[in-house]
Design a protein around this ligand. Structure first.
Ligand code: ARG
Length: 459
């Protein structure tokens, strides 16, 4: 049966419109937060003597039994209740009668829904932060055991200079650390209580906003009631932070996808995280990183949706805000799943092909800078050394050989300062070792970084 709103209405809603208007199908996720919010509100109304202690107690007991019934599967919030807030209030009135009708004194669904989402999101941010730490730890473990594994470093997707694999992976740890810092900052704004703003203007009922904020663990309260009910910046900030997390996950996914191709063969997928083809029996597909890369689009889409929903909304609450939930929920679900999947992929889904990696860095021109720097060490101006090495590369290319295949006399034909120790300098291990500038890939730098992260990553 469609419900009739207040006595102002004569007939009930058109049944299609009733469904169109409802959010219960998705906002039932907020059930625990809604109950917690109501309990805090009821306690507060008792403290300010708006409710007697027996009324407040009756309401709180009712709410707790609703929570218990839900956990035990004896209560399901569902249509025809419009949303989770009505669903609980209706259930409470069902359960305890007239006193239940006092719960909504001095509040509105507008400050209530704002409170619920913030409580929900605050918890999720903490879970996501832990997932980020797990992922950083997985990267760390691979890095720690691959200080001396070399991997070609690229710019423009062209071989540039060899790197310690640990250094490459540590770059991702840094990126995810920035994500954690951003989340921490967003959490401060999420952790601000709008409760008590009522519909938009505050209330004449005697309330204590600090009391409810403290009960619910909020650090701050909104200073302006209109802002309190119309602010969804925190949703956008969270989804924007998530979009960056996804971009980082997508970039590492892309690298893994490349690394496991036959063309690269820098790594291979274990059976635990690879899938086959329904047609081609030889195939082993990197579905996990591909899905993560693909799901990045969803989160970017959610960000775009939220920005667009908010942009034209006059103050204060408008029903458009109901549309904030699905993109937010979907973002939390998507990034949580992707962070977990990437962690599993790193822990047990991928094996680096160390031999192939070492072989690769030994067979390219990625030590060309070192050849130039060798001459710089002999007081040759860099730009001049750079041109000389360009000539040597050209010479090698015509003969289809590498620097290491040249004889000392051939080097000396380009510059007399080349000595026997040039061959040692060209060895990729020495090339990497020598990049010992702060934050460089030199092994000593990498070891220092690993020590720093080991301390930092302890939860
Ligand atoms: N379901 C609504 C939402 O998600 C709750 C707030 C409704 N407030 C109102 N004035 N209609 O935004």
């Amino acid at each position: 049966m469609s419900k009739v709103w207040s006595n102002r209405f004569d007939t009930s809603l058109n049944s299609f419109i009733e469904e169109f208007n409802a959010s219960i199908s998705f906002d039932k996720k907020l059930i625990f937060e809604d109950i917690d919010c109501s309990i805090a509100h009821a306690k507060m109304l008792c403290k300010t003597k708006v409710l007697s202690s027996s009324e407040s107690l009756e309401i709180i007991k009712g709410l707790e039994s609703i929570k218990k019934d839900f956990i035990e599967g004896k209560f399901t919030p569902e249509a025809p209740s419009e949303d989770i807030h009505y669903s609980i209030e209706e259930k409470l009135i069902d359960l305890i009668g007239e006193t239940g009708k006092k719960l909504h004194t001095g509040r509105s669904r507008n400050d209530q829904v704002g409170t619920d989402i913030r409580l929900w999101l605050r918890k999720k941010i903490d879970t996501i932060d832990n997932l980020l730490i797990d992922l950083q730890n997985s990267l760390f473990l691979i890095a720690e055991s691959n200080i001396y594994t070399l991997i070609p470093g690229y710019t423009h997707m062209q071989r540039a200079q060899p790197l310690s694999l640990a250094h490459h992976l540590l770059a991702y740890i840094e990126m995810f650390q920035r994500d954690r810092e951003r989340l921490k900052e967003v959490r401060v704004r999420v952790n601000t209580s709008p409760l008590g703003a009522a519909a938009l203007a505050g209330t004449k009922i005697k309330i204590d906003r600090y009391f409810t904020a403290q009960e619910l663990g909020f650090e701050n309260i909104y200073q302006n009631s209109i802002d309190a009910v119309s602010d969804r910046d925190f949703c956008i900030e969270f989804v924007s932070t998530s979009a960056l997390i996804m971009s980082h996950l997508s970039r590492i996914s892309e690298e893994i996808i490349l690394w496991v191709t036959d063309e690269f063969s820098f790594a291979k997928l274990t059976d635990k995280c690879a899938t086959g083809s329904s047609l081609m029996p030889q195939k082993k597909n990197p579905d996990v990183p591909e899905l993560i890369r693909g799901k990045t689009g969803r989160v970017y889409g959610n960000l775009q949706a939220l920005l667009t929903i908010i942009k034209g909304i006059p103050l204060s609450y408008n029903k458009d805000f109901q549309e904030d939930k699905e993109p937010l929920f979907d973002t939390v679900e998507t990034i949580s799943a992707c962070l977990k999947a990437m962690t599993i992929l790193l822990n047990e889904g991928i094996e680096f092909n160390i031999e192939k990696l070492m072989d690769t860095v030994n067979n390219d021109f990625s030590n060309a800078t070192d050849l130039a720097d060798y001459l710089v060490g002999k007081k040759v101006p860099f730009r001049k050394a750079y041109q000389i090495v360009g000539d040597i590369v050209k010479y090698c290319l015509t003969k289809d050989i590498l620097f290491k295949d040249l004889h000392l006399e051939e080097f000396q034909a380009f510059h007399s300062e080349f000595k026997e120790d040039i061959f040692e300098n060209l060895n990729p291990m020495n090339v990497v070792k020598s990049r010992n500038s702060l934050g460089g890939t030199g092994f000593d730098q990498v070891k220092l970084e690993l020590i720093k992260w080991k301390k930092k990553l302890k939860k």
